[in-house]
Design a protein around this ligand. Structure first.
Ligand SMILES: C[S@@+](CC[C@H](N)C(=O)[O-])C[C@H]1O[C@@H](n2cnc3c(N)ncnc32)[C@H](O)[C@@H]1O
Length: 318
């Protein structure tokens, strides 16, 4: 007995109709399997290609001499390297605020020349609030933004009349203001791996839109350097050792920092690795002009000479 409509007539291959249907199903199965494998292979290649592209735009690994240290530093999913933790923030506030203070004095002078002795100043990467304190003492309102919670804690003590937020300058929403600062190579840091020349163009655009005509954006930026260097400094209850290596080709600088800070009767040892992207003055000038600033480039803030590879940019909104 045969099922209805099911024919067993031999075919020209010598197989019955039932055989032919099974073989056809086998062929379809094999074709699907082959297609799936091909798809997986192509996807694998695709993932590999995308990963390679992503890797290309990421910051290169630190020099081998610094690698053991960077392994001990937690790195976030965006490649974010937390910086200026408690002890380094303390040491920065104790011994490294000369640039912030000279920058603030230069800004106050520039604003006074325009007849602006009141109004809001936004400080990107405000650090421990040294410049914010001088600005509030001079009568300005200040909003400071910084990625380091330890820096913000110190800033709140140093400049209680200013207001501070923890956050990345990449996400900053700027209110209307008379001036914006980024003092102390703030925009060079790669604490937030989204910071790139393209992101800076967007940031500069936002700064430009927040300012009135004649408004000032004051920043200093580190440019390319070669080779390696080492140094140290010490205060009453702290010492800091640093070693810097530049990757000239990629224009990235890696600084390994070891700190010692007295806590009670002992010294606490901490380590950080900072990375900075380095931008030529020409590239920075172009970015700033591109979003409507007139730009003057200086090697100093008043009496204070900046490091040889650092330039101050006085950007005035057209
Ligand atoms: C060298 S310190 C300068 C601090 C302060 N402006 C001064 O001159 O004393 C650099 C500061 O930039 C901050 N910073 C770096 N990258 C940042 C980012 N993406 N967003 C906000 N702050 C950032 C750091 O936390 C640090 O406080």
């Amino acid at each position: 007995m045969h099922a209805r409509g099911f024919r067993t007539r031999p075919s020209f291959t010598g197989l019955t109709g039932t055989d032919t249907a099974s073989v056809a199903r086998l062929f379809v199965f094999l074709a699907l399997l082959g297609g799936g494998l091909l798809l997986l292979l192509v996807r694998g290649k695709l993932v590999e290609a995308v990963t390679r592209q992503v890797a290309r735009v990421q910051i290169p690994p630190p020099p081998r001499s610094l690698q053991s240290l960077s392994r001990t530093c937690p790195v976030g999913i965006l490649g974010t390297v937390p910086g200026y933790k408690e002890d380094l923030a303390y040491i920065h506030d104790e011994g490294y605020v000369a640039v912030a203070e000279a920058g603030a004095r230069a800004l106050i002078e520039l604003l006074c020349l325009r007849g602006v002795d009141r109004g809001l100043v936004v400080e990107l990467g405000c650090g421990s609030g040294a410049s914010s304190r001088l600005l509030t003492d001079a009568g300005y309102d200040v909003v400071g933004i910084d990625a380091s919670p330890a820096m913000i804690e110190l800033a709140r003590q140093r400049a209680p009349r200013a207001s501070f937020r923890i956050g990345s300058l990449v996400d900053a929403r700027l209110p209307r203001c008379e001036a914006v600062t980024a003092l102390g190579e703030v925009i060079n840091y790669v604490f937030d791996q989204r910071v790139s020349q393209r992101r800076l163009a967007t940031l500069f655009q936002c700064v430009s839109q927040a300012l009135p005509p004649g408004g000032i954006f004051l920043l200093d930026v580190a440019g390319p350097v070669a080779g390696a260097s080492r140094g140290w400094r010490a205060g009453d209850d702290w010492a800091v050792l640093h070693q810097t290596e530049a990757d000239e080709k990629r224009r990235v600088l890696t600084r390994r920092i070891v700190t010692f800070r007295r806590i009670g009767d002992a010294y606490r040892r901490s380590e950080e690795v900072h990375r900075q992207r380095l931008y030529t003055p020409a590239a920075m000038g172009e970015l700033l002009r591109g979003v409507g600033f007139r730009v003057r480039i200086r090697r100093n803030y008043g009496d204070l000479m900046l490091a040889p590879n650092v330039r101050a940019f006085i950007a005035t909104r057209h």
